[in-house]
Design a protein around this ligand. Structure first.
Ligand SMILES: Cc1cc2nc3c(=O)[nH]c(=O)nc-3n(C[C@H](O)[C@H](O)[C@H](O)COP(=O)(O)OP(=O)(O)OC[C@H]3O[C@@H](n4cnc5c(N)ncnc54)[C@H](O)[C@@H]3O)c2cc1C
Length: 466
Protein backbone atom coordinates (compact mmCIF):
# COMPACT_ATOMS: atom_id res chain seq x y z
CA UNK A 1 0.00 0.00 0.00
CA UNK A 2 1.11 3.57 -0.73
CA UNK A 3 1.16 6.22 1.97
CA UNK A 4 1.40 9.99 2.27
CA UNK A 5 3.11 11.51 5.25
CA UNK A 6 1.59 14.55 6.92
CA UNK A 7 2.74 16.11 10.18
CA UNK A 8 4.70 12.91 10.89
CA UNK A 9 1.59 10.78 10.32
CA UNK A 10 1.67 8.00 7.74
CA UNK A 11 -1.70 8.03 5.99
CA UNK A 12 -2.66 5.12 3.71
CA UNK A 13 -3.72 5.95 0.16
CA UNK A 14 -6.90 3.91 -0.18
CA UNK A 15 -8.04 4.92 -3.66
CA UNK A 16 -6.65 6.27 -6.91
CA UNK A 17 -9.41 7.70 -9.08
CA UNK A 18 -9.93 9.86 -12.17
CA UNK A 19 -12.34 12.29 -10.56
CA UNK A 20 -12.72 13.01 -6.86
CA UNK A 21 -15.94 14.77 -5.87
CA UNK A 22 -15.93 16.52 -2.49
CA UNK A 23 -19.49 16.61 -1.12
CA UNK A 24 -22.51 14.67 -2.32
CA UNK A 25 -25.07 17.48 -2.30
CA UNK A 26 -26.89 18.83 -5.34
CA UNK A 27 -23.74 19.68 -7.28
CA UNK A 28 -21.89 16.57 -6.07
CA UNK A 29 -24.69 14.34 -7.29
CA UNK A 30 -24.56 16.05 -10.70
CA UNK A 31 -20.78 15.74 -10.87
CA UNK A 32 -20.73 12.13 -9.70
CA UNK A 33 -23.39 10.94 -12.15
CA UNK A 34 -21.99 12.86 -15.12
CA UNK A 35 -18.37 11.82 -14.65
CA UNK A 36 -19.21 8.16 -13.98
CA UNK A 37 -21.68 7.89 -16.85
CA UNK A 38 -19.01 8.70 -19.37
CA UNK A 39 -16.59 6.20 -17.98
CA UNK A 40 -14.46 7.92 -15.35
CA UNK A 41 -13.53 6.19 -12.10
CA UNK A 42 -15.26 8.43 -9.58
CA UNK A 43 -15.21 8.75 -5.80
CA UNK A 44 -17.70 10.98 -4.00
CA UNK A 45 -16.94 11.72 -0.32
CA UNK A 46 -19.86 13.00 1.76
CA UNK A 47 -19.71 13.88 5.46
CA UNK A 48 -23.40 13.00 6.04
CA UNK A 49 -24.96 9.57 5.44
CA UNK A 50 -27.14 10.44 2.45
CA UNK A 51 -26.88 12.23 -0.89
CA UNK A 52 -28.64 15.45 -1.85
CA UNK A 53 -27.21 17.93 0.67
CA UNK A 54 -29.51 20.89 1.00
CA UNK A 55 -32.37 19.36 -1.00
CA UNK A 56 -32.63 16.31 1.27
CA UNK A 57 -30.87 16.93 4.62
CA UNK A 58 -31.48 20.69 4.50
CA UNK A 59 -35.16 20.01 3.72
CA UNK A 60 -35.01 22.45 0.82
CA UNK A 61 -37.38 20.07 -0.89
CA UNK A 62 -38.60 22.24 -3.74
CA UNK A 63 -36.54 22.24 -6.90
CA UNK A 64 -36.45 25.51 -8.81
CA UNK A 65 -35.93 24.59 -12.44
CA UNK A 66 -36.13 26.94 -15.42
CA UNK A 67 -37.42 26.07 -18.89
CA UNK A 68 -33.88 25.93 -20.26
CA UNK A 69 -32.69 23.24 -17.86
CA UNK A 70 -33.18 19.69 -19.12
CA UNK A 71 -30.33 18.18 -17.18
CA UNK A 72 -30.08 15.91 -14.17
CA UNK A 73 -32.53 18.00 -12.10
CA UNK A 74 -35.23 17.28 -14.66
CA UNK A 75 -34.20 13.64 -14.82
CA UNK A 76 -34.50 13.35 -11.04
CA UNK A 77 -37.99 14.88 -11.03
CA UNK A 78 -39.09 12.48 -13.80
CA UNK A 79 -37.77 9.54 -11.81
CA UNK A 80 -39.61 10.72 -8.69
CA UNK A 81 -42.82 11.13 -10.72
CA UNK A 82 -42.61 7.57 -12.01
CA UNK A 83 -41.98 6.26 -8.51
CA UNK A 84 -44.80 8.32 -6.93
CA UNK A 85 -47.28 7.98 -9.84
CA UNK A 86 -47.37 11.76 -9.94
CA UNK A 87 -46.84 14.61 -12.42
CA UNK A 88 -44.82 17.16 -10.50
CA UNK A 89 -42.67 18.04 -13.49
CA UNK A 90 -45.67 20.03 -14.76
CA UNK A 91 -45.14 22.32 -11.76
CA UNK A 92 -41.93 23.68 -13.31
CA UNK A 93 -40.49 26.26 -12.50
CA UNK A 94 -40.95 25.16 -8.86
CA UNK A 95 -41.28 21.47 -8.10
CA UNK A 96 -41.91 20.13 -4.57
CA UNK A 97 -40.11 16.85 -3.87
CA UNK A 98 -40.15 14.34 -1.03
CA UNK A 99 -36.68 14.52 0.56
CA UNK A 100 -36.78 10.95 1.92
CA UNK A 101 -37.82 9.41 -1.41
CA UNK A 102 -35.15 11.58 -3.03
CA UNK A 103 -32.45 10.13 -0.76
CA UNK A 104 -32.98 6.61 -1.95
CA UNK A 105 -33.58 7.69 -5.56
CA UNK A 106 -30.18 9.40 -5.50
CA UNK A 107 -28.49 6.29 -4.07
CA UNK A 108 -29.94 4.43 -7.02
CA UNK A 109 -28.99 6.99 -9.68
CA UNK A 110 -25.49 7.79 -8.44
CA UNK A 111 -24.26 4.50 -7.01
CA UNK A 112 -26.25 1.64 -8.54
CA UNK A 113 -26.83 3.05 -12.01
CA UNK A 114 -24.04 5.53 -12.83
CA UNK A 115 -21.49 3.45 -10.89
CA UNK A 116 -19.81 6.19 -8.88
CA UNK A 117 -18.31 5.05 -5.59
CA UNK A 118 -19.71 7.01 -2.65
CA UNK A 119 -18.25 7.13 0.84
CA UNK A 120 -20.65 8.41 3.49
CA UNK A 121 -19.60 9.68 6.90
CA UNK A 122 -16.43 10.89 5.22
CA UNK A 123 -15.13 14.43 5.63
CA UNK A 124 -12.44 16.06 3.53
CA UNK A 125 -9.96 17.29 6.10
CA UNK A 126 -6.84 18.20 4.15
CA UNK A 127 -5.36 18.59 0.71
CA UNK A 128 -1.83 17.88 -0.53
CA UNK A 129 -0.76 19.78 -3.62
CA UNK A 130 2.32 20.05 -5.74
CA UNK A 131 2.49 23.62 -7.04
CA UNK A 132 -0.66 24.25 -9.06
CA UNK A 133 -1.78 20.63 -9.00
CA UNK A 134 -3.71 18.93 -6.24
CA UNK A 135 -2.45 15.38 -5.82
CA UNK A 136 -4.18 13.92 -2.80
CA UNK A 137 -7.04 14.65 -0.40
CA UNK A 138 -7.07 13.46 3.16
CA UNK A 139 -10.41 12.13 4.37
CA UNK A 140 -11.57 11.30 7.87
CA UNK A 141 -14.17 8.70 8.76
CA UNK A 142 -14.75 5.90 11.24
CA UNK A 143 -11.64 4.34 9.63
CA UNK A 144 -9.45 7.25 10.78
CA UNK A 145 -7.41 9.32 8.36
CA UNK A 146 -7.02 8.00 4.81
CA UNK A 147 -5.90 9.56 1.55
CA UNK A 148 -7.26 9.52 -2.00
CA UNK A 149 -5.30 10.31 -5.14
CA UNK A 150 -7.08 11.72 -8.17
CA UNK A 151 -6.42 13.39 -11.50
CA UNK A 152 -9.21 15.97 -11.14
CA UNK A 153 -10.95 17.35 -8.05
CA UNK A 154 -14.40 18.92 -7.91
CA UNK A 155 -15.29 20.99 -4.86
CA UNK A 156 -19.02 20.48 -4.31
CA UNK A 157 -18.99 21.11 -0.57
CA UNK A 158 -21.11 24.26 -0.78
CA UNK A 159 -18.65 25.93 1.61
CA UNK A 160 -15.64 25.64 -0.71
CA UNK A 161 -14.00 23.29 1.80
CA UNK A 162 -11.69 21.52 -0.61
CA UNK A 163 -10.52 24.75 -2.27
CA UNK A 164 -10.08 26.42 1.11
CA UNK A 165 -7.98 23.55 2.47
CA UNK A 166 -5.91 23.58 -0.72
CA UNK A 167 -5.21 27.29 -0.22
CA UNK A 168 -7.29 28.57 -3.16
CA UNK A 169 -8.36 32.21 -3.17
CA UNK A 170 -11.92 32.75 -2.02
CA UNK A 171 -14.43 35.39 -1.00
CA UNK A 172 -17.12 35.44 1.70
CA UNK A 173 -20.36 37.41 1.63
CA UNK A 174 -21.12 40.95 0.50
CA UNK A 175 -18.96 44.10 0.84
CA UNK A 176 -19.24 43.80 4.65
CA UNK A 177 -18.42 40.08 4.56
CA UNK A 178 -21.99 38.96 5.35
CA UNK A 179 -23.73 36.22 3.39
CA UNK A 180 -27.42 36.06 2.48
CA UNK A 181 -29.02 35.10 5.79
CA UNK A 182 -29.64 31.36 6.23
CA UNK A 183 -32.81 29.52 7.22
CA UNK A 184 -33.40 26.39 9.26
CA UNK A 185 -36.15 24.64 7.30
CA UNK A 186 -38.77 22.48 9.04
CA UNK A 187 -41.81 20.43 8.22
CA UNK A 188 -45.15 20.40 10.06
CA UNK A 189 -47.26 17.26 9.83
CA UNK A 190 -50.95 16.50 10.33
CA UNK A 191 -52.10 19.78 8.80
CA UNK A 192 -55.65 20.15 7.50
CA UNK A 193 -54.72 22.13 4.40
CA UNK A 194 -58.28 22.21 3.07
CA UNK A 195 -59.44 23.87 6.29
CA UNK A 196 -56.62 26.41 5.99
CA UNK A 197 -57.59 27.25 2.42
CA UNK A 198 -61.30 27.61 3.23
CA UNK A 199 -60.54 29.90 6.17
CA UNK A 200 -58.11 31.98 4.15
CA UNK A 201 -60.76 32.36 1.51
CA UNK A 202 -63.36 33.49 4.06
CA UNK A 203 -61.15 35.66 6.30
CA UNK A 204 -59.25 38.49 4.58
CA UNK A 205 -56.99 39.06 7.62
CA UNK A 206 -55.36 35.67 6.92
CA UNK A 207 -54.47 36.74 3.39
CA UNK A 208 -52.82 40.04 4.21
CA UNK A 209 -49.14 40.27 3.37
CA UNK A 210 -46.58 43.06 3.51
CA UNK A 211 -43.25 41.52 2.45
CA UNK A 212 -41.62 41.66 -0.94
CA UNK A 213 -42.17 38.43 -2.88
CA UNK A 214 -42.25 36.82 -6.33
CA UNK A 215 -45.20 37.52 -8.63
CA UNK A 216 -45.94 33.81 -8.91
CA UNK A 217 -45.98 33.46 -5.12
CA UNK A 218 -49.02 35.70 -4.83
CA UNK A 219 -51.49 32.86 -5.03
CA UNK A 220 -55.16 33.10 -4.05
CA UNK A 221 -56.57 30.42 -1.72
CA UNK A 222 -58.64 29.01 -4.60
CA UNK A 223 -55.59 28.80 -6.84
CA UNK A 224 -53.65 27.07 -4.07
CA UNK A 225 -56.47 24.50 -3.82
CA UNK A 226 -56.32 23.96 -7.61
CA UNK A 227 -52.55 23.63 -7.52
CA UNK A 228 -52.60 21.05 -4.76
CA UNK A 229 -55.22 19.02 -6.62
CA UNK A 230 -53.05 18.98 -9.74
CA UNK A 231 -49.52 18.29 -8.42
CA UNK A 232 -48.51 21.95 -8.55
CA UNK A 233 -46.67 24.25 -6.23
CA UNK A 234 -48.79 26.01 -3.57
CA UNK A 235 -47.41 28.93 -1.57
CA UNK A 236 -48.78 30.51 1.62
CA UNK A 237 -47.40 33.84 2.94
CA UNK A 238 -46.81 36.04 4.85
CA UNK A 239 -49.36 36.59 7.70
CA UNK A 240 -47.36 39.54 9.13
CA UNK A 241 -50.40 41.70 10.06
CA UNK A 242 -52.05 38.59 11.52
CA UNK A 243 -49.00 37.85 13.68
CA UNK A 244 -49.06 41.47 14.93
CA UNK A 245 -52.79 41.25 15.69
CA UNK A 246 -52.53 37.95 17.57
CA UNK A 247 -49.49 39.08 19.55
CA UNK A 248 -51.40 42.16 20.66
CA UNK A 249 -54.41 40.09 21.68
CA UNK A 250 -52.22 37.63 23.60
CA UNK A 251 -49.64 39.64 25.53
CA UNK A 252 -46.91 37.55 27.15
CA UNK A 253 -47.39 34.59 24.84
CA UNK A 254 -44.23 35.46 22.88
CA UNK A 255 -41.06 37.18 24.00
CA UNK A 256 -40.00 40.31 22.14
CA UNK A 257 -37.17 38.28 20.53
CA UNK A 258 -39.65 35.66 19.32
CA UNK A 259 -42.00 38.28 17.96
CA UNK A 260 -39.23 40.22 16.21
CA UNK A 261 -37.98 36.99 14.71
CA UNK A 262 -41.45 35.99 13.44
CA UNK A 263 -41.90 39.42 11.91
CA UNK A 264 -38.61 39.20 9.96
CA UNK A 265 -40.39 37.55 7.07
CA UNK A 266 -43.66 36.29 8.52
CA UNK A 267 -44.87 32.77 7.87
CA UNK A 268 -43.91 31.21 4.56
CA UNK A 269 -44.89 27.63 3.86
CA UNK A 270 -45.58 25.41 0.91
CA UNK A 271 -47.08 22.09 -0.06
CA UNK A 272 -45.17 18.84 -0.41
CA UNK A 273 -45.89 15.78 -2.57
CA UNK A 274 -47.52 13.96 0.35
CA UNK A 275 -50.51 16.19 1.10
CA UNK A 276 -50.76 16.21 4.89
CA UNK A 277 -47.70 18.20 5.80
CA UNK A 278 -46.14 21.53 4.85
CA UNK A 279 -42.59 22.80 4.51
CA UNK A 280 -41.84 26.04 6.39
CA UNK A 281 -39.23 28.50 5.12
CA UNK A 282 -39.61 31.22 7.76
CA UNK A 283 -36.64 31.36 10.11
CA UNK A 284 -33.63 33.55 9.43
CA UNK A 285 -30.23 33.93 11.05
CA UNK A 286 -29.06 37.55 10.70
CA UNK A 287 -25.44 38.72 10.30
CA UNK A 288 -24.14 35.37 9.12
CA UNK A 289 -20.83 34.73 7.38
CA UNK A 290 -20.71 30.93 7.20
CA UNK A 291 -17.05 30.17 7.83
CA UNK A 292 -16.87 29.88 11.59
CA UNK A 293 -17.78 26.88 13.72
CA UNK A 294 -18.95 28.90 16.73
CA UNK A 295 -21.16 30.97 14.50
CA UNK A 296 -22.59 27.81 12.91
CA UNK A 297 -23.32 26.29 16.30
CA UNK A 298 -25.24 29.31 17.51
CA UNK A 299 -27.05 29.51 14.16
CA UNK A 300 -28.42 25.98 14.62
CA UNK A 301 -29.47 26.77 18.19
CA UNK A 302 -31.15 30.02 17.20
CA UNK A 303 -32.76 28.25 14.20
CA UNK A 304 -34.34 25.65 16.47
CA UNK A 305 -35.56 28.34 18.91
CA UNK A 306 -37.16 30.13 15.97
CA UNK A 307 -38.77 26.90 14.77
CA UNK A 308 -40.27 26.26 18.21
CA UNK A 309 -41.79 29.75 18.53
CA UNK A 310 -43.01 29.84 14.93
CA UNK A 311 -44.68 26.46 15.32
CA UNK A 312 -46.24 27.53 18.64
CA UNK A 313 -47.81 30.48 16.84
CA UNK A 314 -49.04 28.37 13.93
CA UNK A 315 -50.58 25.67 16.09
CA UNK A 316 -52.34 28.25 18.25
CA UNK A 317 -53.59 30.64 15.58
CA UNK A 318 -53.42 29.35 12.03
CA UNK A 319 -56.53 27.40 11.01
CA UNK A 320 -55.82 23.82 10.01
CA UNK A 321 -52.77 23.51 12.31
CA UNK A 322 -54.71 22.68 15.51
CA UNK A 323 -53.65 19.01 15.53
CA UNK A 324 -50.31 19.46 13.83
CA UNK A 325 -46.82 18.65 15.11
CA UNK A 326 -43.23 19.36 14.07
CA UNK A 327 -42.26 16.51 11.79
CA UNK A 328 -38.58 17.41 11.53
CA UNK A 329 -36.04 20.21 11.21
CA UNK A 330 -33.25 20.21 8.64
CA UNK A 331 -30.25 18.12 9.69
CA UNK A 332 -28.30 20.72 7.68
CA UNK A 333 -28.86 24.44 8.26
CA UNK A 334 -30.15 26.11 5.08
CA UNK A 335 -27.00 28.01 4.19
CA UNK A 336 -27.57 30.11 1.13
CA UNK A 337 -23.98 31.25 0.79
CA UNK A 338 -20.59 30.97 2.47
CA UNK A 339 -17.18 30.67 0.72
CA UNK A 340 -16.98 31.22 -3.02
CA UNK A 341 -13.76 29.98 -4.61
CA UNK A 342 -12.26 32.44 -7.07
CA UNK A 343 -12.15 31.18 -10.63
CA UNK A 344 -10.57 32.37 -13.86
CA UNK A 345 -13.73 34.44 -14.24
CA UNK A 346 -15.99 35.88 -11.53
CA UNK A 347 -19.60 35.62 -12.67
CA UNK A 348 -21.43 38.89 -11.85
CA UNK A 349 -24.90 40.29 -11.28
CA UNK A 350 -24.34 42.34 -14.43
CA UNK A 351 -24.11 39.04 -16.34
CA UNK A 352 -27.38 37.98 -14.74
CA UNK A 353 -29.45 41.07 -15.47
CA UNK A 354 -28.05 41.52 -19.00
CA UNK A 355 -28.78 37.86 -19.92
CA UNK A 356 -25.09 37.48 -20.77
CA UNK A 357 -24.09 34.75 -23.24
CA UNK A 358 -20.53 33.38 -23.25
CA UNK A 359 -18.50 31.50 -25.89
CA UNK A 360 -17.43 29.06 -23.18
CA UNK A 361 -20.96 28.62 -21.76
CA UNK A 362 -21.46 25.40 -19.80
CA UNK A 363 -24.81 26.04 -18.10
CA UNK A 364 -27.80 28.30 -18.71
CA UNK A 365 -30.02 29.61 -15.95
CA UNK A 366 -33.08 31.78 -15.48
CA UNK A 367 -32.96 32.53 -11.74
CA UNK A 368 -33.08 36.21 -10.82
CA UNK A 369 -31.32 37.97 -7.95
CA UNK A 370 -32.67 37.03 -4.49
CA UNK A 371 -30.63 38.47 -1.64
CA UNK A 372 -31.78 37.69 1.91
CA UNK A 373 -30.80 40.81 3.83
CA UNK A 374 -27.94 40.66 6.31
CA UNK A 375 -30.22 41.80 9.16
CA UNK A 376 -32.69 39.03 8.29
CA UNK A 377 -35.56 41.35 7.35
CA UNK A 378 -36.08 42.10 3.67
CA UNK A 379 -35.53 40.11 0.49
CA UNK A 380 -34.17 41.88 -2.57
CA UNK A 381 -35.84 40.14 -5.52
CA UNK A 382 -35.17 41.04 -9.15
CA UNK A 383 -37.28 38.84 -11.41
CA UNK A 384 -36.06 38.07 -14.92
CA UNK A 385 -37.94 37.67 -18.20
CA UNK A 386 -39.34 34.19 -18.64
CA UNK A 387 -38.25 33.89 -22.26
CA UNK A 388 -34.53 34.60 -21.90
CA UNK A 389 -31.63 33.24 -19.87
CA UNK A 390 -27.99 33.84 -19.05
CA UNK A 391 -25.02 31.52 -19.43
CA UNK A 392 -22.39 30.66 -16.87
CA UNK A 393 -18.93 30.32 -18.41
CA UNK A 394 -16.54 27.40 -17.99
CA UNK A 395 -13.97 29.86 -16.59
CA UNK A 396 -16.07 30.39 -13.46
CA UNK A 397 -16.01 26.72 -12.47
CA UNK A 398 -12.21 26.40 -12.63
CA UNK A 399 -10.14 27.63 -9.68
CA UNK A 400 -7.70 30.33 -10.75
CA UNK A 401 -4.94 29.08 -8.45
CA UNK A 402 -4.97 25.44 -9.61
CA UNK A 403 -4.75 23.37 -12.79
CA UNK A 404 -6.97 20.46 -11.76
CA UNK A 405 -9.61 21.94 -9.47
CA UNK A 406 -13.24 22.60 -10.36
CA UNK A 407 -15.89 24.01 -8.08
CA UNK A 408 -19.59 23.44 -8.66
CA UNK A 409 -22.71 24.47 -6.76
CA UNK A 410 -22.87 27.45 -4.47
CA UNK A 411 -19.08 27.69 -4.02
CA UNK A 412 -18.50 28.50 -7.71
CA UNK A 413 -16.86 31.76 -8.72
CA UNK A 414 -19.52 34.48 -8.56
CA UNK A 415 -19.98 37.78 -6.82
CA UNK A 416 -22.48 38.05 -3.94
CA UNK A 417 -25.58 39.15 -5.92
CA UNK A 418 -24.81 36.82 -8.85
CA UNK A 419 -24.61 33.82 -6.52
CA UNK A 420 -27.99 34.74 -5.09
CA UNK A 421 -29.41 34.29 -8.60
CA UNK A 422 -27.45 31.25 -9.66
CA UNK A 423 -27.78 28.84 -6.77
CA UNK A 424 -31.04 26.97 -7.29
CA UNK A 425 -30.93 23.20 -6.96
CA UNK A 426 -31.27 22.18 -10.60
CA UNK A 427 -28.71 24.76 -11.57
CA UNK A 428 -26.22 23.51 -8.92
CA UNK A 429 -26.78 20.01 -10.27
CA UNK A 430 -26.11 21.34 -13.77
CA UNK A 431 -22.86 23.00 -12.66
CA UNK A 432 -21.85 19.64 -11.18
CA UNK A 433 -22.84 17.94 -14.43
CA UNK A 434 -20.64 20.39 -16.35
CA UNK A 435 -17.62 19.90 -14.06
CA UNK A 436 -17.99 16.11 -13.93
CA UNK A 437 -18.34 15.86 -17.68
CA UNK A 438 -15.33 18.13 -18.22
CA UNK A 439 -13.12 16.21 -15.79
CA UNK A 440 -14.03 12.90 -17.37
CA UNK A 441 -13.44 14.27 -20.87
CA UNK A 442 -9.98 15.54 -19.90
CA UNK A 443 -9.00 12.21 -18.37
CA UNK A 444 -10.02 10.41 -21.56
CA UNK A 445 -8.02 12.90 -23.63
CA UNK A 446 -4.97 12.37 -21.39
CA UNK A 447 -4.84 16.06 -20.44
CA UNK A 448 -3.65 17.35 -17.11
CA UNK A 449 -4.98 20.88 -17.04
CA UNK A 450 -8.56 22.11 -16.87
CA UNK A 451 -7.59 24.82 -19.33
CA UNK A 452 -6.77 22.24 -22.03
CA UNK A 453 -10.44 21.39 -22.46
CA UNK A 454 -11.91 21.09 -25.96
CA UNK A 455 -14.79 23.44 -25.15
CA UNK A 456 -16.81 22.63 -28.28
CA UNK A 457 -16.71 18.92 -27.51
CA UNK A 458 -17.74 19.66 -23.91
CA UNK A 459 -20.61 21.89 -25.01
CA UNK A 460 -21.92 19.12 -27.29
CA UNK A 461 -22.10 16.86 -24.26
CA UNK A 462 -23.90 19.55 -22.26
CA UNK A 463 -26.66 20.50 -24.72
CA UNK A 464 -29.35 19.58 -22.18
CA UNK A 465 -28.20 22.31 -19.80
CA UNK A 466 -26.80 25.09 -22.01
C1 LIG B 1 -33.17 28.25 2.89
C2 LIG B 1 -32.89 27.97 1.46
C3 LIG B 1 -33.91 28.05 0.55
C4 LIG B 1 -33.69 27.71 -0.78
N1 LIG B 1 -34.72 27.68 -1.66
C5 LIG B 1 -34.55 27.04 -2.84
C6 LIG B 1 -35.66 26.70 -3.65
O1 LIG B 1 -36.80 26.98 -3.32
N2 LIG B 1 -35.42 26.02 -4.80
C7 LIG B 1 -34.16 25.72 -5.21
O2 LIG B 1 -33.99 25.11 -6.26
N3 LIG B 1 -33.08 26.07 -4.47
C8 LIG B 1 -33.26 26.68 -3.29
N4 LIG B 1 -32.19 26.99 -2.50
C9 LIG B 1 -30.83 26.84 -3.03
C10 LIG B 1 -30.28 25.46 -2.99
O3 LIG B 1 -30.93 24.64 -2.05
C11 LIG B 1 -28.78 25.45 -2.72
O4 LIG B 1 -28.14 26.55 -3.25
C12 LIG B 1 -28.17 24.21 -3.31
O5 LIG B 1 -28.77 23.09 -2.72
C13 LIG B 1 -26.68 24.17 -3.10
O6 LIG B 1 -26.19 22.97 -3.62
P1 LIG B 1 -24.67 22.57 -3.38
O7 LIG B 1 -24.48 21.24 -3.99
O8 LIG B 1 -23.79 23.67 -3.78
O9 LIG B 1 -24.55 22.46 -1.80
P2 LIG B 1 -25.24 21.42 -0.84
O10 LIG B 1 -26.50 20.90 -1.41
O11 LIG B 1 -25.29 22.12 0.47
O12 LIG B 1 -24.19 20.23 -0.77
C14 LIG B 1 -22.94 20.32 -0.15
C15 LIG B 1 -22.60 18.93 0.36
O13 LIG B 1 -21.23 18.88 0.75
C16 LIG B 1 -21.13 18.18 1.98
N5 LIG B 1 -19.91 18.64 2.65
C17 LIG B 1 -19.62 19.88 3.10
N6 LIG B 1 -18.36 19.92 3.59
C18 LIG B 1 -17.84 18.68 3.44
C19 LIG B 1 -16.58 18.10 3.75
N7 LIG B 1 -15.57 18.81 4.28
N8 LIG B 1 -16.40 16.78 3.47
C20 LIG B 1 -17.40 16.04 2.90
N9 LIG B 1 -18.61 16.56 2.59
C21 LIG B 1 -18.82 17.86 2.84
C22 LIG B 1 -22.42 18.55 2.72
O14 LIG B 1 -22.73 17.64 3.73
C23 LIG B 1 -23.43 18.55 1.57
O15 LIG B 1 -24.02 17.29 1.37
C24 LIG B 1 -32.39 27.36 -1.19
C25 LIG B 1 -31.34 27.33 -0.27
C26 LIG B 1 -31.60 27.62 1.04
C27 LIG B 1 -30.48 27.53 2.01
Amino acid sequence: MDYVTMQNKKIPIVADVDVFVAGGGCAGVGAGIAAARIGAKVLVAERMFYLGGMMTGGLMSKIAIGEVNHGLGEELIKRLDVYQHSNWLASRSEVPIDPEVTKFMLDKMVIEEAGAEVLFGTTITDVISDGRSIRTVVIDSVNGLEAVRAKYFIDCTGDGQLGFKAGASYVVGNDQGYSSSPTLMFRIANVDIEKLISEMDARPELRESVKNTYTNHKISPKQNRENIAHDKYAHFADFVPYIQQKAKENPGMFTQWELDMMLQRGLIFMNQPQGTHVLVNSTRIPYFKGNDNKELTSAYISGRKQVEATFRFMKAFVPGFEKSFIMDTGSLLGIRESRRITGDYIFTDKDVVSYQKFDDAVVSNQGGIEIHATDGHETDIQELKKNDHYNVPYRSIIAKDFDNLYMAGRCFSANHPALSAARNISYCMALGQAAGTAGSQLVKAGKQNVRDIDIKELQQKLVSII
